[in-house]
Design a protein around this ligand. Sequence first.
Ligand code: F6R
Length: 247
Amino acid sequence: MSIEIVRAEGYDDLSRRAADLVAGCIGSNPTARVLIATGRTPIGAYRVLADGVTEGTLDASGITAYQLDEYLGLGPDDRRSLGGWAVETFVRPLRIADERFVRLPLAGDGALDEYDRRIRGDGGYDLSILGIGENGHLGFNEPPSDASTASRVVELTPGTIDANASYWGDAADVPRRAATVGLRPLLESARILLLASGARKREILERALFRPVTPDVPASCLQHARGEVVVIADRDAFPTGSNGAST
Ligand code: F6R
């Protein structure tokens, strides 16, 4: 399957283009199963989508949103909950009913295996909206992770703990363990939208898209995705190995 790489001018352009693609998917499948990343990168796209809902040009109320990852060990109202983040930035602004937001089970690998089986039985994700870590992670599939990994409990790497410290104040505030949707169910998505913004993402994007597939760069397994992959990178993140065409 080919990967389409789109060069956006800056973050606003990236957000608009990403929102257009997501709105197009929802338009053609109003009951789509949409897996949503948190993190900073997709926030702008989620805002543009929310504006569409407010203005009446988009109806997202029929989709089901799925959580990509969650820290372990948090209380129900913890400010660091990634589920809470997803609700604030995507579920509520897009007027999706709470019962149409599916949270990852946090009871361990057995529950996550069962969760994968259920999603696969339902036909898999129609669209997965992802960001990329500076270490090449997708979700919390930390290196090394290969294309066969199921949804599971993981230990976060020191690099991810440092990167996530900027969300919560300090590395000491970042939980050490998390649950994540695995690379296998991600790669079975009908469509994957990967967003990357800023110079800090350029080198890893280059390695993920233009170098051999390796578990040391989990995002490189996108080269083996089953469905369509669209990468939208802004000027600063745009990989030098790309001329803007497809790989
Ligand atoms: C978040 C997630 C992570 C982020 C990645 C990039 O749910 O799964 O993989 O997408 O760490 O984070 P930002 O967008 O903050 O640079």
